[in-house]
Design a protein around this ligand. Structure first.
Ligand SMILES: NC(=O)c1ccc[n+]([C@@H]2O[C@H](COP(=O)([O-])OP(=O)(O)OC[C@H]3O[C@@H](n4cnc5c(N)ncnc54)[C@H](OP(=O)(O)O)[C@@H]3O)[C@@H](O)[C@H]2O)c1
Length: 233
């Protein structure tokens, strides 16, 4: 079987790094995107993977990364939009437009910019797959379920940014029927994003991402899953 080529944004640590490690161990050719070169080089060497300077909030950086990759590869099979930030933890009334622009710039505008830049290189893949790393905190159903911890979380901007990313997933899946474009909810996982308060390991947190990244050609598109199965929108 031909080696599959994957790119993971924000691949230098946390869930992105673990996703890269797992895909590499499954025989993928792995590129990680990292916004900061020292962190990218160090992580790539630990993974024995390739790296691209890629800041999802920076148009030129994303364009350059796509140009670099297209010089090295004739296609991209799997794109994982993983880079994300939690943003400020201020109370709702204190949130500013600037706070909102910052979270949406990374978590929503970033994946749009990255898809725009890399989709041309994915069109030559026989099985192009995009995984958007969303969150149960962006699910209207989960955040209204009193049994779920997500219903207790008050992070308006982060939650709204992940709802937006999940809807983008559905819309892109409808618009690009030759692709598999799906959203993953990793679940609450110990990473720097939550000062390692998450209860899952990064291995558990990447189960849904790996499942979606390795979908066969007849797999589903436009779905939202966690490590247990389908997630309510
Ligand atoms: N951990 C959880 O419980 C959890 C649950 C649900 C969803 N998620 C989602 O999972 C994804 C990964 O989060 P994580 O928990 O692994 O967090 P993390 O350990 O903080 O890692 C985030 C990664 O994103 C990168 N990043 C941030 N802004 C970027 C930008 N502008 N351009 C490129 N890369 C950027 C970071 O790079 P630097 O090292 O340079 O900062 C880092 O590599 C996020 O989208 C997050 O929202 C996490």
């Amino acid at each position: 079987m031909t080696e599959r080529i994957a790119l993971i944004t924000g691949g230098n640590k946390g869930l992105g790094f673990e996703t890269a490690r797992r895909l590499k161990s499954m025989g993928f050719r792995v590129y990680i995107g990292a916004r900061e070169s020292e962190r990218g080089i160090e992580a790539a060497s630990r993974l024995n993977a390739e790296w691209l300077q890629l800041d999802v909030t920076d148009e030129e950086s994303v364009r350059d990364a796509a140009a670099q990759l297209s010089k090295r590869e004739n296609r991209l099979d799997v794109l994982i939009n993983n880079a994300g930030i939690a943003g400020t933890r201020k109370a709702a009334a204190e949130l500013t437009g600037e706070d909102a622009e910052s979270v949406f710039a990374t978590n929503v505008v970033g994946p749009v910019r990255v898809m725009n830049a890399f989709i041309p290189l994915m069109e030559t893949s026989t099985n192009p797959v995009i995984v958007n790393v969303s969150s149960g905190l962006g699910s209207f159903a989960i955040t209204q379920d009193p049994q779920r911890f997500e219903s207790q979380v008050r992070m308006p901007l982060y939650c709204a940014s992940k709802s937006a990313l999940t809807m983008l997933t559905l819309q892109y899946a409808r618009a690009l029927p030759n692709f598999h474009i799906n959203a993953a909810d990793p679940g609450y996982t110990a990473t720097d994003l939550n000062a390692h308060r998450g209860q899952q390991t990064v291995e558990e947190g990447t189960d849904a991402i790996i499942r979606l990244a390795t979908l066969p050609p007849d797999g589903p598109t436009g779905i939202f899953v966690d490590r247990h199965g389908l997630v309510l929108w």
